[in-house]
Design a protein around this ligand. Structure first.
Ligand code: SAM
Length: 373
């Protein structure tokens, strides 16, 4: 099995940078662990009773629950610390990335020109992209997904995405070894034993961490991946080449991916939905139907945060990312009903399903919307 955790494109911290990253990791673990566990206690003992005493009824909406929690010193402190931890994470990683940037750029140029693994990179500087991705640096990632690219060789978006994702996952207790793709593949193997898709599309691939898992498990498949930004895709392509995995990366919009009808047996997306609008998600549903071959299957996986049966305090807590972590589509995603949108797009009602997919490392589940053609 290829070790995807070590490769030439990865920004390598010096010892003091690593020490700072370890500190951030401990801080994020504390925020995501003991502090988070205290939220329902603070809700039950302080926030909810104080709100009820003041308004003479219990909080009834997410907004009221937010107000009730925000009235507690604990929650305001927890939120401030959460934001601080996220900013410290990017600063710590940024030190390494900016020190390493010229080496990583040169490595990308060399790896791309060698074409060793057989993958390709197709860029389209004219791709129309929702300006929100330029102006809003999602989850506070420095320079955002679409950084300036004056010399046409930026890889900083991919470098931040991969290094940040590793630290973030470890902070959430998922470990760096977790893979959304491995979780989806394990689910698929159990659901369709022995099935070998010939063509696979990964929508919203970012640094290609999930895209490069599929070829190892489906060695006869041709794997394509799309995302919006050249800086992200240059990194993804060079990263894939450096670990010897052939993936064809394209700068295309997942809602208008442009491949021929029926091009793919398997379409996947990993953590795309919480970063796109309602309208784009519906485009993705229609594009999934158009691009799937007969007998094909799509797995659209994302975080398990949908507001269905969640307690009000949990909804209020979830809203943090919208308000303080630059996640403009977070509250759109948590309320979505993508299964209905897949049916509206033309999938048979019986061919659409939803699943809790166990994480491959650490606790918890991913949420997966599945559609079959
Ligand atoms: C949270 S990242 C997920 C990346 C990757 N799939 C993973 O799991 O690590 C979301 C990615 O979706 C991309 N994205 C957002 N809207 C898109 C669209 N309409 N078409 C293609 N990619 C899109 C963003 O640029 C970003 O790289």
């Amino acid at each position: 099995m290829i070790d995807q955790s070590r490769h030439e494109m990865l920004a390598k911290p010096l010892p003091d940078e690593e020490a700072r990253q370890r500190f951030v990791l401990s801080l994020k673990r504390h925020i995501g662990g003991p502090m988070r566990e205290a939220t329902p206690v603070v809700w039950a003992r302080e926030a909810e009773p104080a709100f009820s005493a003041r308004v003479r009824r219990a909080p009834a909406t997410r907004e009221e629950a937010e107000a009730a929690l925000d009235a507690t010193r604990f929650h305001r402190f927890a939120k401030a610390l959460n934001r601080t931890g996220q900013e410290m994470m990017w600063q710590a990683i940024g030190e390494t990335i900016y020190r390493e940037e010229s080496r990583i750029r040169a490595a990308a140029a060399r790896l791309s020109s060698q074409k060793g693994a057989g993958g390709t990179l197709e860029l389209d500087s004219d791709l129309a992209v929702d300006p929100i991705y330029r102006h809003c640096f999602i989850h506070l990632q420095p320079e955002g997904y679409l950084p300036p690219d004056p010399d046409g060789d930026s890889v900083v978006a991919g470098a931040f995405y991969e290094s940040g994702g590793r630290l973030y996952s470890m902070g959430r207790g998922i470990t760096a070894g977790d893979s959304k793709a491995l979780a989806a593949i394990a689910w698929l193997r159990a659901y369709r034993p022995g099935w070998e898709p010939r063509n696979i599309l990964d929508m919203g691939c970012a640094a290609g961490g999930a895209s490069t898992v599929y070829p190892a498990h489906f060695p006869n498949a041709e794997v394509h991946a799309v995302d919006l930004g050249a800086s992200m895709l240059r990194y993804a392509h060079a990263r894939a080449e450096s670990i010897g995995v052939p993936v064809h990366f394209h700068q295309r919009d997942a809602g208008r991916a442009g491949f021929a009808d029926g091009s793919f047996d398997l379409i996947v997306s990993h953590n795309l939905f919480h970063e796109i609008s309602d309208a784009k998600r519906r485009e993705v549903a229609a594009e999934t139907l158009r691009l799937l071959a007969p007998g094909g299957l799509a797995i659209h996986q994302d975080v398990d945060l949908l507001f269905r049966g969640k307690a009000l305090w949990e909804e209020a807590e979830c809203a943090y990312d919208f308000y303080h972590n630059n996640e403009p589509f977070w509250l759109t995603y948590v309320a979505c009903d993508f299964a209905s949108e897949l049916r509206d797009a033309g999938f048979d009602a019986a061919s659409v399903s939803e699943h809790k997919v166990p994480k491959t490392a650490g606790p918890g589940f991913w949420h997966a919307f599945v559609a079959e053609k």
